[in-house]
Each structure stands twice: as structure tokens, then as C-alpha cells.
Design a protein around this ligand. Structure first.
Ligand code: TRP
Length: 460
């Protein structure tokens, strides 16, 4: 296999790796997916479960991917072949497939953000939430959506084709600070709205009765969201860590990345829910349209809203770009390392395939859900579970030794990390995966509006 002798690329600067990983993590997962998951899963109860998942499962799982990547210096497929041999090489292929599926609809949603950027420049946000909802439905599916999906995909391909240093590092250096400044500013605006009080209690004070009652749907949703938002479960962080050529403190880097990602999602909630409550919209209702409908209505309402909105959606599009890059990079790095294919050829070819696979999602919101739920609650959780088994039980000695490079003797922290992965993380992921499958089957067969069974009845 290892058919390449050209030296492998590596990050240009020390900050490059952290910025790229933050750039990968912070994206539509935080700004688009997080608020609508909170809305659908009942508010603060979901937030509490999600935060627990981030700390107890997400952070240790991120270190798992980091050590695998830095130790092997390979793409996920190569890395797993090297560490696990046998069946593990098939797991690597599942990663590649997962990246492919996620990016196909991710690009559609990112296309919406470009469309909403332009909508701001045209001064066409609608202040009335209902009208804004209608506008979303019109723009989110159909030819409009396909066009902007194609545009976004083309940009992603261009950046990835340019290579690690010139493309990816540069793109993220601007975006991370911009996102933080804008979301914090908007949270302050949202604080002044009349619905803010009610929204805060919905978002921030969990009713544990709700968790007890709905845990079978909250648990897989929180697990899927944690993996999605941290870019875990399909080797993106393996790939990024594989470009590290020095021994950094991975635990510290991981904590910074998780900290940024979680803070941004949390702040976005502080923006979205006050707006929805002020507009009198039930936060569970708008689903995938939540931020577009609510924020566009707010932008339509305030002075210079068109400008703030254009800046906001423009920034989100850039955040989506830096995440999409990491998804495509996984697939492309596999083709470069294992198949010896030229970077540009790989990027363009895969990009074309992704455009086609994304068309159903751009055509109908239910089909987007079909892809999103499958990738999120099943494939990513499965990928995370496989890596936890590999690192926790098969190569734990190597992993501990690798983690200690750049840190020094791990002592009992190492033991805690490995045992956290060996039992609680694995058990939680098995349960989440089982529930995720049940939920997905329910979605496939369900005939309530918005479920796939309903869609089939409507469309066939
Ligand atoms: N984490 C990104 C977001 O929140 C999406 C993403 C990028 C991703 N790379 C990934 C999700 C790898 C899963 C796996 O928008």
C-alpha cells in the first residue's frame, strides 16, 4: 500500500493545528444543528445531557483520535490498518463513507447560509416570523438550494485542492475570532428582548422529570450531537493529528478545542431562544429551519439588521467551510496516501460525487433528515465506539505512551482516561447506538408529518 515517498505535509505553525481543529469543530453543528436539537428534545434537559456527554465522552474520545493520528501519521484507513489489522481496515472505510454522507447534506445547509448572506445584502429579511418561515421553505429546497449547494461544494474543493498549509490554515485564522465576536454581540442584543426571561428558563433550567421521561430519545440525540459538533467518530481528528510532527500536549489542545466549541454552541442558544420566544414560536417547531427563520426575522426587525445579518450568515458560511474542509480532507487524504492519487484530482472527483449525493437533501427537507439522522445517531456513534474499543482494549499501551509525549508521565490521569474509555464510554455508546437505531427505524416507518414514512406516502 504505502506507495508514497513524497514527504507528508505538516502544519506550518504551532497554532495551526489548534486553529484547524477548532475550525473543524465549530461549524453548522454549533450554529444550525445544536439549537434545533435543543428545541426538538425539550430544552434545558437536552442541554444538560449534552454537556455531560461533551465532558465525559467527547473529550476522552477526542484524545483517542489524536493519539491514533499522531502515532500513525496516517489517514484513518491507514491508521486503523496499522494499529488493528484484520477487520479494523473495514472500520476505516466506514469512516470514509460517513464523511462522504455528512458532507453531502452539510454542503446543502451551508448553501442556505450563503443564500441568507445574499438575502441580507438584498435587504430581504422578513420581520414577521410566519412570513420568514415561508421564505425559508421556499429557499431551502429546490433549484435555489441545489445551486448554492454546488457553489459551496466548489469552494470546498478549491481550498482542499490547494493543500494543507496554504488552504486550511489560512481559512481558519480569520473565522474563529469573527464567529466569537458576532455571536456574543448578538447574545447581548437577544438579552434585551421581551421574551428573554422565558427563553432563559426554557434553555437553562432543566426539568429532570423530562430527562427521566424522554431519555430514550434525548440520549442518542445528545450522543450524536456531541460527536458531530466535535468532529468525532469518523477520523477527522485522526487526520488532523496525523499532520503533527512535534509532540504537543494533546490533552491541553483537546481542552481548548472542546472549550471553544462548546462555548460557541452555548452562546448560539442564548441568541436563538430569546428571539423565538419573543416571536411566539414554539422552539420545537421549526426543526432544521430554526436559526434561519428566527434569526432572519430578528434581522428583519432591527435597524441595520440586513447588514448584521449579512455579516452573521457570511461568517457562518465561513465556519461551515472550515468544517467541510476537514470532512473532505479525510476522504482526500485517504486517496492520496493509500491510492497514490493526486491531491487535485482526488478533491475534484470526490467533490463532484458529493454534489450528486447532496441533491436529494437539497430537494426535500425530509430527505435531509434521512441523511442527517443516519450519519449522526448511527454512523458517528458507531465510529466512536469502534475507536474506543481499539484504543481502550487493543492498543492501550501504545496509546498511553503516545499521549504522554509532550505531557510527561501521566500517572493516575492516564489510568482514568483509559478506564473511562474501557467501560463507561463504551457502555454509553452501545446504549446510545441501540437507541439511535430504534429512533431511526421509527423515523423511517413513522407516518407523522416530517417522518420518512409520511414522506413516502405523500410522494409515491
Ligand atoms: N463539527 C462540524 C460542525 O459542528 C462538522 C464536522 C466537521 C464533522 N468534520 C466532521 C462532523 C467530522 C463529524 C465528523 O459543524
Amino acid at each position: 500500500m504505502g506507495s508514497v515517498d513524497i514527504p507528508r505535509e505538516s502544519w506550518a505553525t504551532r497554532a495551526g493545528f489548534i486553529l484547524a481543529a477548532v475550525g473543524s469543530a465549530v461549524g453548522l453543528g454549533n450554529i444550525w444543528r445544536f439549537p434545533f436539537q435543543v428545541g426538538q428534545e425539550g430544552g434545558a434537559a437536552f442541554l444538560a445531557m449534552y454537556l455531560l456527554f461533551i465532558v465525559a465522552v467527547g473529550f476522552p474520545a477526542m484524545l483517542v483520535e489524536f493519539v491514533v493520528g499522531r502515532y500513525t501519521n496516517r489517514n484513518p484507513v491507514g491508521a486503523l490498518k496499522q494499529l488493528g489489522s484484520g477487520v479494523w481496515q473495514y472500520v476505516g472505510w466506514i469512516f470514509i463513507a460517513t464523511g462522504f454522507i455528512i458532507l453531502s447534506y452539510y454542503s446543502v445547509v451551508a448553501g442556505w447560509t450563503i443564500r441568507y448572506f445574499i438575502l441580507g445584502l438584498q435587504n430581504e429579511y422578513l420581520a414577521d416570523p410566519e412570513a420568514s418561515g415561508g421564505q425559508f421553505l421556499e429557499l431551502a429546497s429546490g433549484l435555489d438550494a441545489i445551486f448554492f449547494h454546488a457553489l459551496f461544494m466548489a469552494i470546498v474543493v478549491a481550498v482542499v485542492a490547494a493543500g494543507i498549509k496554504r488552504g486550511i490554515e489560512l481559512a481558519v485564522k480569520v473565522m474563529v475570532p469573527a464567529i466569537i465576536v458576532i455571536t456574543v454581540g448578538m447574545a447581548i442584543y437577544a438579552f434585551t428582548l421581551p421574551g428573554a426571561g422565558e427563553a432563559y428558563s426554557y434553555y437553562l433550567s432543566p426539568d429532570f422529570g423530562v430527562i427521566a421521561e424522554n431519555w430514550t430519545s434525548i440520549l442518542p440525540a445528545a450522543a450524536g450531537q456531541a460527536f458531530f459538533t466535535l468532529s468525532l467518530g469518523m477520523g477527522a481528528m485522526i487526520t488532523y493529528a496525523s499532520y503533527l510532527d512535534e509532540d504537543r500536549n494533546l490533552a491541553e489542545d483537546g481542552a481548548i478545542i472542546v472549550g471553544f466549541d462548546t462555548s460557541i454552541a452555548f452562546i448560539v442558544g442564548l441568541v436563538v431562544f430569546p428571539i423565538l420566544f419573543t416571536a411566539g414560536v414554539d422552539p420545537g417547531d421549526p426543526g432544521a429551519g430554526a436559526i434561519f427563520i428566527s434569526l432572519a426575522a430578528a434581522f428583519g426587525d432591527i435597524q441595520f439588521g440586513w447588514l448584521i445579518g449579512a455579516i452573521f450568515f457570511g461568517t457562518v458560511a465561513i465556519a461551515a467551510l472550515s468544517s467541510a474542509i476537514s470532512l473532505l480532507e479525510v476522504v482526500v487524504s485517504y486517496l492520496i496516501d493509500e491510492k497514490g492519487i493526486d491531491r487535485k484530482v482526488a478533491a475534484v472527483g470526490i467533490g463532484g460525487g458529493l454534489f450528486l449525493l447532496g441533491i436529494p437533501s437539497a430537494w426535500d427537507l425530509v430527505l435531509l433528515d434521512l441523511f442527517d439522522l443516519f450519519a449522526d445517531q448511527i454512523l458517528l456513534v458507531f465510529g466512536g465506539l469502534m475507536l474506543a474499543i481499539l484504543v481502550g482494549w487493543v492498543v492501550s499501551e501504545i496509546a498511553l505512551e503516545e499521549l504522554s509525549k509532550g505531557i510527561g508521565p501521566l500517572g493516575s490521569y492516564g489510568t482514568v482516561w483509559i478506564w473511562l474509555i474501557r467501560i463507561p464510554v463504551i457502555v454509553v455508546l452501545v446504549v446510545a447506538l441501540a437507541l439511535g437505531v430504534v429512533e431511526y427505524v421509527d423515523f423511517l416507518t413513522g407516518t407523522e408529518e416530517g417522518q420518512f414514512g409520511w414522506w413516502l406516502e405523500e410522494n409515491l
